[in-house]
Design a protein around this ligand. Structure first.
Ligand SMILES: C[S@@+](CC[C@H](N)C(=O)[O-])C[C@H]1O[C@@H](n2cnc3c(N)ncnc32)[C@H](O)[C@@H]1O
Length: 351
């Protein structure tokens, strides 16, 4: 696995929150990232978080890691404040510069196996060989919704968090399953540690209070800005769904071309190296919340032939761009790590 972040001082290249997250670097002038007018920011009266659940029936996607809770709805960090909830549940008006698209009307929580599956990566040319990735289970259309990015929603600027806190499971042992019904109507959260709560744990399980857990969001390789300006991020390191396995496109071999193939033109070179999907902030109508999802990239004006119909062919890996910022930061950390190692060696030599 890739090196983790260190507690280094934020450099100029760092995000103001002090951490790089997956996804394109929060763009400087992008309208969606601008803080909304004060009217929108006015916190509503405090609402309890909507209930969130792991999958109640134990219906997990193939290759899901057994140690990780599988989510079918977002999980909320206890560190979120009423203004975070207000930001999360305020939809930009349709005439705003960047209104949000909606999740598809037929979206159903739970495994997305008809569209994409988690597979181990065994191709030695792949930079994430030995890890896993998400692969198209059928041809995916340009612009098509693939899977929601689920994880723990937390204040993006906070470096430290505690143990995961799951809601109490209702009498029915439900949770929001494929029928979209919600559990835990009182919105009460139970203190459940991730190690104590497994994805298919049944109803009403009583758990010990969360032991003192210190978790550093900065060290996560699965942390994504949901809304940078409003300090909302989603971390899928400790729990999540299939979307946490989406890799970055850089240096990933394109299976449509034989190993060692040299592109015949600049156009072909660009085509071979581009992402085929993106992380997109969208609106979840049933929950009345902002959410993040993976979508196939639109075909684009220049698309011809099959590319107009198929964005990600069956069997191909779904890859996005984590953004230059993610990899720049990673490089800085590696260099810093190497520097520290050298210092250590020097120190030993002096002694
Ligand atoms: C969100 S995870 C992606 C899923 C990951 N492969 C797994 O099996 O859990 C991000 C991590 O995947 C790896 N990764 C993803 N895309 C990569 C790429 N193009 N080159 C090298 N490593 C990559 C890095 O270790 C990165 O920190």
């Amino acid at each position: 696995m890739a090196p983790k972040e260190t507690k280094q001082k934020p450099t100029k290249k760092s995000h103001p929150g002090g951490k790089p997250k997956l996804g394109p670097k929060p763009p400087k002038p992008q309208p969606q990232r601008k803080p909304p007018p004060p009217k929108v920011q006015t916190p509503k009266p405090q609402q309890p978080p909507l209930p969130t659940t792991t999958h109640p029936s134990g219906n997990l996607p193939p290759n899901w890691p057994s140690h990780l809770p599988y989510l079918t709805t977002p999980l909320f960090s206890p560190l979120l404040t009423p203004s975070h909830y207000s930001a999360l549940r305020t939809r930009p008006p349709p005439d705003s510069i960047e209104p949000l698209d909606e999740l598809p009307a037929d979206y159903a929580p739970g495994p997305c196996s008809t569209k994409a599956v988690i597979l181990p990566i065994t191709d030695k040319r792949h930079p994430a060989c030995g890890q896993a990735g998400l692969f198209a289970a059928r041809d995916l259309r340009p612009g098509e919704f693939v899977v929601r990015y689920l994880g723990e929603i937390h204040p993006g600027g906070e470096e430290w968090g505690g143990g995961l806190v799951f809601p109490e499971v209702s009498e029915e042992g439900g949770g929001e399953g494929d029928d979209g019904e919600k559990d835990g109507e009182d919105g009460k959260n139970g203190d459940v540690n991730q190690d104590q709560k497994t994805a298919d744990e049944g109803e009403g399980s009583k758990t010990e209070p969360t032991p003192e857990v210190k978790y550093n969001y900065k060290q996560s390789d699965y942390d994504l800005w949901l809304d940078h300006a409003l300090d909302l991020a989603i971390d899928a390191a400790r729990c999540g769904n299939e979307a946490r396995f989406v890799n970055d496109y850089r240096r990933v071999p394109n299976p449509s071309f034989p190993p060692g193939y040299k592109p015949q033109s600049k156009k072909e070179e660009l085509f071979m190296k581009r992402p085929n999907a993106e992380f997109k902030v969208v609106w979840d109508p049933p929950r009345q919340e902002k959410t993040m999802a993976v979508y196939v990239l639109p075909a684009g004006k220049k698309a011809v032939g099959r590319a107009r119909e198929v964005g990600v062919p069956r069997g191909e890996e779904v890859v996005v761009s984590y953004g230059k910022g993610f990899w720049e930061k990673r490089r800085e950390e590696e260099e810093e790590g190497e520097g520290k190692n050298r210092e250590g060696v020097d120190g030993e030599e002096r002694e």
